[in-house]
Design a protein around this ligand. Structure first.
Ligand code: HEM
Length: 141
């Protein structure tokens, strides 16, 4: 579970990302598509070039969902319940892909906010993103 320190770390750094949702969310997705090309199969017809309008629009949605989760750190599954239904029942995204995206969100944060992502904040963010992944894959059966 997230400790009080984790919550403080998350709430200190996440607004930096939330202020640039399309750019940073898009960068994280682009890195995932480059390093894990199989993830592209979930997005048929997408323009996968860096900073394409589709990647940025989708990156914005992902970051905004994480921002919403960051406001409900005591009840992440509740805050993401509808998204959990979507990813589990409709999209059927392989759960392993959430670990990939989590990694690329962290890399993107490290590139843009190197001074803010000290190792304690890194650890807290990793726990937060893991909790989001667990929430979004909890309805698989
Ligand atoms: C859609 C968030 C992980 C594939 C969405 C939407 C959001 C979202 C907010 C839009 C829902 C809507 O339009 O109502 C997240 C978050 C993730 C995550 C917060 C984890 C941090 C993933 C992963 C994949 C994926 C790992 C696959 C590799 C998709 C697809 C759609 C979608 C295919 C539908 C795209 C479309 O047709 O517009 N996600 N997602 N998501 N997500 Fe995720």
């Amino acid at each position: 579970a997230l400790t009080a320190d984790d919550k403080a770390h998350i709430q200190a750094i996440w607004p930096c990302v939330a202020a640039h949702p399309a750019e940073l969310g898009g960068e994280a997705l682009h890195r995932m598509f480059v390093c894990h090309p199989k993830t592209k199969t979930y997005f048929p017809g997408f323009d996968f070039h860096k900073d394409s309008a589709q990647i940025k629009a989708h990156g914005k949605k992902v970051v905004n969902a994480l921002t919403e989760a960051s406001h409900h750190l005591d009840n992440i599954p509740g805050a993401l319940s509808k998204l959990s239904d979507l990813h589990a029942y409709d999209l059927r995204v392989d759960p392993g892909n959430f670990d990939h995206l989590r990694h690329h969100i962290l890399v993107t944060m490290g590139c843009h906010f190197p001074d803010k992502l000290d190792c304690c904040t890194h650890q807290s963010m990793d726990k937060f993103l893991a909790a989001v992944g667990n929430a979004l894959t909890s309805k698989y059966r």
